[in-house]
Design a protein around this ligand. Structure first.
Ligand code: DGJ
Length: 716
């Protein structure tokens, strides 16, 4: 091991002297109702003093018990936030605060940057905490750089490290698989480490979701309890690590997954972690969700406050079998139904290998001349003539082994040398680390949007994870692959958004594999699951609602489940409504009902998409569910009630509403009623005070299974 150089020692003394000057300073990171207070210790190290409801800094402790961003390799005995092996092989890092400051950007965002340096090795770590004052959300991310002579290896790189000391810790997590995304589970954290992670590379979730709720000092409910809700903005392998130590203190470490990812960092380059987005509520889970929704609509999602289009998609009804004539009919049906847009899904491309099933053609993004002899141009024109918008599906990160692209550029594909190719949905992943591949992916989408200005919407799919992954471009630096792939994807999206800032895009990943705020800043909405069975969707959409606002959750009415159309419609209406079924098979009654539903949805979509969400009755507690959205001035609300598969003789108490103005009078009117059926709502059409509705409640749950009601609530 080399001896530290003279200038390093000099820097070390300067840093220690500076740290002395900064010592005992408190760093107050706060929002309107939440405080995170850090203290610079006498040794210049950074400690966490407080995290919870908003307090004056003077009432937070000055002790230096828990390091804010603990470093591995020295004397820290638990899971570190960061670990670096220096160019000379020294595996330790010792960070002292060199400087810090807070900037206010738009009057609502306060950015606190804490610059930490190692006194001996020229490594700089900047912890950046952004507080969104009105929304009560803080984001945390880290930038790691160095000026050593050779690359260093960074093997832990958490986005944040948060500490808690409570009587008990209850973790709610979401997990699942394809078509059963977002299953909710709660368990008590006990001594030791619990890890929720994924190693999927191209997507964050499928088996585990990069989001959690942590209830302190007992379980929380929708309205009560101390809750931290957090989610990682990262579209690749992630890790959420929870460690309860010997003193029953809990550390939470969210970040990119360090698995197989010792990051080789060149001098002068920066490793930037994704943001961990979190909020704290002492008023239960409901408030935590509303905080995140507010943040998302203003900062986390593209055009979060803008309207969304309703649509007719053709995936479920046609799969790969369509042609120009069929699409002409579908445009007309979109119009007849009253949806804003027709979305053409998979199967429109490929000539040498036409895309007639999922074995071929990814990478060959030219219109299939057999199916579409007049190309996309004709479709744009036709859609415009029919008075509907036109959207199209792409999966630009992928390649089929049977494609012209694969033949031309086998070196653009992620695959292990000396091993057989490993397929998932018969396809391979392009090497997005390679700038030439980034260019290709950019051009694929850019060309579509530039050459076809009639394309009003894109669905960006990603149907596989990485397996047998090896980047020909990275050579000996394979451990950078998981991180650099996602960075490559974001670089492409960044370029696209610079050129096409506003075209709405759906984030899809073979169902809900990509539902994270890392990607959502480039997208307007996401596809939560290929499972559109309405009962399953009640659970799946319920799960997403903890972290994402309704206008980002695409909910389509399909023929997957056998529930009545009325029930399927009411379930889809709680998010961004769309259709994916054969309209020509609808009866007159079904069509009339759906046309009216679309009109009602259009009228109420601002309340659903922008309003405050109150989850009233969870489907996890009994075979029914209820939730409502209330607009910001409490003049309009929409209530949804669903009866799933109840036991014989189940009776439901009136449902108590939330979020209304107790002193106001409201009229309750059941909408979306299926022609010829009685209202579910016993109080239909009557007026009540907000207090009555919230204290006594109304009967929005029917007796029969698979029945539902949508109630429009209007202040008089
Ligand atoms: C998976 C998506 O989740 C589906 O909605 C559909 O777009 C298919 N891919 C098309 O291949």
């Amino acid at each position: 091991m080399r001896k530290p150089c003279l200038s390093c020692l000099l820097l070390s003394s300067i840093l220690l002297a500076c740290s002395g000057l900064l010592a005992q300073q408190k760093i107050d990171v706060h929002t309107r109702n939440m405080s995170l207070v850090l203290t610079i210790g006498p040794n210049g190290k950074l400690y966490q003093s407080y995290l919870g409801t908003r307090v004056a800094v003077s009432s937070t402790p000055s002790d230096t018990l828990v390091e804010s961003y603990a470093q591995g390799g020295g004397s820290y005995l638990f899971e570190p936030a960061i670990r670096i092996v220096h160019a000379d092989g020294n595996p330790s890092l010792d960070l002292r605060v060199a400087s810090w400051g807070t900037d206010s950007t738009d009057g609502n965002i306060r950015v606190t940057s804490i610059v930490m340096k190692d006194p001996v090795y020229p490594v700089t770590v900047v912890l950046e905490l952004k507080s969104y004052v009105r929304e009560n959300v803080i984001t945390s991310g880290v930038r790691i750089s160095h000026a050593e002579k050779e690359p260093v290896r960074v093997s832990n790189f958490a986005s944040s490290m948060l500490h808690f000391h409570a009587d008990s810790y209850w973790l709610t997590q979401w997990h699942g698989d394809w078509a059963r995304e977002m299953q909710m589970d709660e368990s008590r954290l006990t001594s030791g480490i619990k890890i929720i992670d994924s190693k999927l590379g191209t997507r964050a979730d499928m088996y585990q979701t990069p989001a959690f709720l942590l209830s302190l000092n007992g379980k929380s409910t929708e309205e009560t309890g101390e809750v931290l809700a957090g989610t990682l903005g990262w579209s690749g392998s992630f890790q959420l690590l929870f460690e309860v130590d010997e003193k029953d203190r809990l550390s939470v470490l969210p970040g990119m997954n360090p698995y197989a990812s010792d990051y080789v960092l060149d001098p002068g380059k920066t490793l930037k972690t994704p943001e961990f987005i979190f909020t704290y509520s002492d008023g239960g889970r409901g408030r935590a969700s509303r905080n995140l929704h507010d943040w998302a609509r203003s900062y986390g999602v593209l055009d979060g406050k803008g309207p969304r289009m309703t649509l007719l998609n053709n995936w479920e009804s046609t799969q790969f079998e369509f042609n120009e004539q069929k699409l002409d009919t579908l445009f007309s049906e979109t119009r007849k139904l009253g949806a804003d847009m027709f979305l053409l899904d998979d199967g429109w491309f490929g000539n040498k290998y036409p895309r007639n099933d999922d074995h071929t053609s990814l990478g060959d993004w030219q219109e299939d001349r057999a199916k579409l002899p007049h190309g996309i141009a004709m479709l744009e024109k036709d859609a415009a003539e029919k008075g509907v918008k036109f959207g199209i599906w792409v999966e630009p990160e992928m390649v089929s082994p049977k494609s012209e692209l694969y033949g031309k550029h086998p070196e653009w594909v992620l695959k292990l040398p000396n091993r057989a190719e490993n397929y998932f949905r018969n396809q391979l992943v392009l090497d997005l680390v390679n700038p030439a591949v980034q260019d290709f992916v950019f051009r694929t989408v850019d060309d579509l949007l530039t050459q076809h200005t009639g394309i009003a919407y894109l669905k960006w799919d990603c149907n596989r994870m990485m397996t047998n992954a090896y980047s020909p471009y990275l050579g000996s630096r394979q451990s950078n692959l998981y991180i650099d792939y996602v960075a490559g994807l974001y670089a492409v999206l960044e370029r696209l958004r610079a050129k096409h800032p506003s075209v709405p895009m759906m984030l899809c990943s073979g169902g809900g594999g990509r539902t994270d705020y890392g990607a959502l800043k480039y997208f307007t909405e996401f596809w939560p699951s290929d499972n559109t069975d309405a009962v399953e969707r009640v659970y799946i959409q319920w799960g997403y609602s903890y972290f994402f606002p309704a206008n980002t959750i695409a909910c389509h009415i399909t023929s997957w489940g056998k529930e009545p159309l009325k029930f399927r419609t009411d379930v889809a209406m709680m998010g961004r409504l769309g259709y994916d079924l054969d309209v020509s098979k609808m009866t007159e009654k079904e069509l009339g009902f759906s046309q009216q539903a679309l009109k009602d949805y259009r009228r109420l979509s601002a309340v659903i998409g922008q309003g405050d969400l109150y989850r009233l009755l969870a489907p996890y507690d009994a075979q029914r569910a209820a939730l409502m959205y209330v607009d910001s001035d409490k003049k309009k609300a929409v209530l949804f009630g669903y009866v799933l598969h109840p036991r014989y003789g189940s009776v439901w108490a009136p449902v108590k509403l939330q979020g209304l103005d107790g002193a106001r009078t409201y009229r309750v009117k059941e909408i979306n009623r299926y022609p010829g059926t009685p209202a579910v709502l016993a109080e239909d059409g009557r007026t009540f005070t907000g207090e009555y509705l919230m204290k006594t409640g109304i009967g929005v749950l029917g007796k029969k299974e698979l029945t539902s009601a949508v109630v429009e609530i209007t202040a008089e």
